[in-house]
Design a protein around this ligand. Structure first.
Ligand code: NAP
Length: 320
């Protein structure tokens, strides 16, 4: 008998076909709504493998119920929704999908940077609201991107891909990372800075670290006050790395010029959240990797990780 697999969201048929050749597959059938906790608690008791998304909280209490589980594959590069140490203690491998979404997420990061600096959503609203009276000298003026200084916090795969794009705009690239990236420094002409120095010198600050105990509240009022009043903050990594109350205050008081967020502490963000009332905040609903090709590729890679594991190959294991 094939091992049992539970899938927490409806997947494309091609991915299910791929998985069905190796597993008895069952799953939550909605494409839009996450599986309810009580159903996941029931299903995880039975299965050998779990295919999940960032909307599923796989904590120690849930894992305790998993008697046969050997592997969890998440359809994401970030894995902060899974207690990987608790999984390891139970000898459960956790896999993710690095690489495949790097360029797509870097594209979105740069798109959000440009949209925020040049006030594109606001300008589009202005036109649609019939407020465009004539060409105007200082209406909807933004900030220059070309030749500006970008500071990238978290210089991994996506951070470096953003640096590549920045080079195309003749930007001066600074980075901060917990470990020095000498090869990337040379290849991309990027210069390492301590965090405070990067914040003081950058016109654009992009956050691209994982979310962890160390990066929670990495950017608070103190860090925002170090930034230039003309600077733009972009977070396409995870909510919670930037303290949202402090960011709101900084945007209201003009401590920084604007911010662009693809991620929030609570997702989906409440439609009446105070951040969404600010004209100098561009907000996106966590669409960093959201292109058809990349999402299909992620579906396949997350499936392949499970198949590889069952065949004794260790692909993209993050807790091993
Ligand atoms: P990655 O290649 O693992 O890069 C992460 C980088 O962050 C690494 O260079 C790592 O340093 C550094 N880092 C980790 N902890 C740090 C800390 N405490 N202080 C400073 N630097 C630290 O990952 P990636 O593929 O670039 O993805 C980065 C993150 O983006 C993911 O974890 C995910 O949360 C987020 N993401 C969001 C979206 C979206 O849809 N918005 C899409 C994809 C990814 P070391 O090299 O020393 O480990």
């Amino acid at each position: 008998m094939k091992p049992l697999l539970y899938v927490t969201r409806r997947l494309p048929e091609e991915t299910i076909d791929m998985l069905s050749a190796h597993f008895e597959v069952s799953g939550w059938e909605s494409e839009e709504t996450p599986v309810p906790r009580e159903i996941l608690e029931r299903e995880i008791e039975k299965v050998d493998a779990l295919y999940c998304l960032i909307t599923d909280t796989i904590d120690a209490a849930l894992l305790e119920k998993a008697k046969n589980l050997k592997v969890i594959s998440t359809l994401s590069v970030g894995f902060n929704h899974i207690d990987i140490e608790a999984a390891k203690a139970q000898n459960i491998a956790v896999t993710n999908t690095p690489g495949i979404l790097t360029d797509t997420t870097a594209d979105l990061t740069f798109a959000l940077l440009m949209a925020t600096a040049r006030r594109i959503p606001e300008a589009s609203e202005h036109l649609r609201n019939n407020e465009w009276r004539s060409w105007s000298l200082f209406s909807l003026t933004g900030r220059d991107i070309h030749h500006a200084t970008i500071g990238i916090i978290g210089f991994g795969a996506i951070g470096q891909a953003v640096a590549k794009r920045a080079k195309g705009f003749d930007m001066n690239v600074l980075y901060y990372n917990r470990s020095r990236k000498y090869e990337a420094e040379e290849m991309l002409g990027a210069s390492y800075q301590e965090l405070d120095e990067l914040l003081k010198k950058s016109d654009f600050v992009c956050i691209l670290t994982p979310y962890s105990a160390e990066t929670k509240d990495l950017i608070t009022a103190r860090e925002l006050k170090l930034m230039k009043k003309t600077a733009v903050l972009i977070n396409t990594a995870r909510g919670g790395i930037v303290n949202e109350d402090d960011l709101y205050d900084a945007l209201v008081h003009g401590d920084i010029y604007a911010a662009g967020l693809d991620v929030f502490a609570e997702e989906p963000i409440a439609p009446d959240h105070k951040l969404l009332t600010l004209p100098n905040l561009v907000a996106l609903p966590h669409i960093g990797s959201s292109t058809i090709d990349t999402r299909l590729g992620m579906c396949r890679l997350a499936a392949q990780n499970l198949i590889d594991f069952m065949q004794g190959k260790r692909s993209n294991i993050v807790n091993g």
